[in-house]
Ligand binder design. Structure first.
Ligand SMILES: CC(C)(COP(=O)(O)OP(=O)(O)OC[C@H]1O[C@@H](n2cnc3c(N)ncnc32)[C@H](O)[C@@H]1OP(=O)(O)O)[C@@H](O)C(=O)NCCC(=O)NCCS
Length: 215
């Protein structure tokens, strides 16, 4: 993949390789999300558990060490995304569908019967705004067997919400607080698969945008 920040390779690690790469992933997560440091061990445990979920898929955007100008942290992971098949018995799936059944049972039936849960999408701050997040999301959701993709994201006018909206995600719960975090409102969003491309067209499964894919 060629960006104006140089070449990037996309890599889909199998779950064991994903777990092995967690220190680098958490470094990007921390730079992108700025979470309280005490939350990081718990986040790592959650990501390890996610890697065991059915039909787990991850995509990593890597800057080759030999890329022109690549040095230090820039010669590594630019961003990552991952998700898995959502089903009953998973914490996120259960709390969201329980609330949706109360507020909008038709939406629960429409979006959560055959679902790919997009768990994380993050790009290193220095590399944001160059199309990497969109490319990760498109590659992550390409060729999925599920009918819909779902995710949670902070409410408000964020870059993430713009990206998801432009891919066809709509609010199914515009404001939702997860148990234990009453002061952090999230929007629950869902989209039909395959996702809509930037121009509004649905993408066929597979490659997109003419990027030079590697990995
Ligand atoms: C959200 C995030 C993953 C998007 O990745 P990115 O590489 O920065 O985004 P892209 O360059 O692919 O841009 C995707 C879309 O976002 C919007 N966007 C990107 N940068 C923007 C900016 N500075 N201002 C407004 N909108 C912007 C545009 O609509 C863009 O669409 P376009 O391709 O038609 O221009 C990334 O910004 C990030 O990691 N943010 C912090 C962590 C986070 O919020 N993660 C998501 C948690 S749910």
């Amino acid at each position: 993949m060629e960006t104006d920040t140089g070449p990037l390779e996309l890599w889909e690690p199998a779950p064991p390789a994903f777990v092995h790469a967690l220190p680098a992933l958490l470094e990007v997560y921390t730079a992108a999300m700025d979470p309280p440091p005490e939350q990081l061990p718990g986040r790592r445990t959650i990501m390890e558990q996610h890697a065991r979920h059915p039909r787990f898929k991850a995509v990593l955007a890597l800057r080759p060490a030999e890329a022109p100008g690549a040095s230090g942290t820039e010669a590594g992971l630019a961003g990552f995304a991952y998700g898995f098949h959502g089903h009953r018995g998973q914490w996120w799936f259960d709390v969201v569908t329980e609330e949706l059944r109360r507020r909008d049972p038709a939406a629960e039936r429409r979006w959560f019967r055959d679902t790919f849960e997009v768990a994380e999408v993050h790009v290193r701050p220095a590399m944001q705004g160059h199309g990497i997040g969109r490319t990760l999301l498109e590659r992550l959701t390409a060729a999925r067997p599920e009918r819909a993709a779902v995710l949670s994201t902070r409410t408000g006018s964020t870059v993430a919400r713009r990206l998801y909206g432009s891919c066809g995600f709509v609010d199914v719960l515009p404001e939702f607080s997860f148990p234990g975090s009453p002061d952090q409102p999230f929007a629950i969003m869902a989209a039909r698969l395959p996702l809509r491309g930037r121009g509004g067209r649905r993408r066929s499964a597979g490659r997109s945008r003419g990027w030079r894919w590697t990995g």
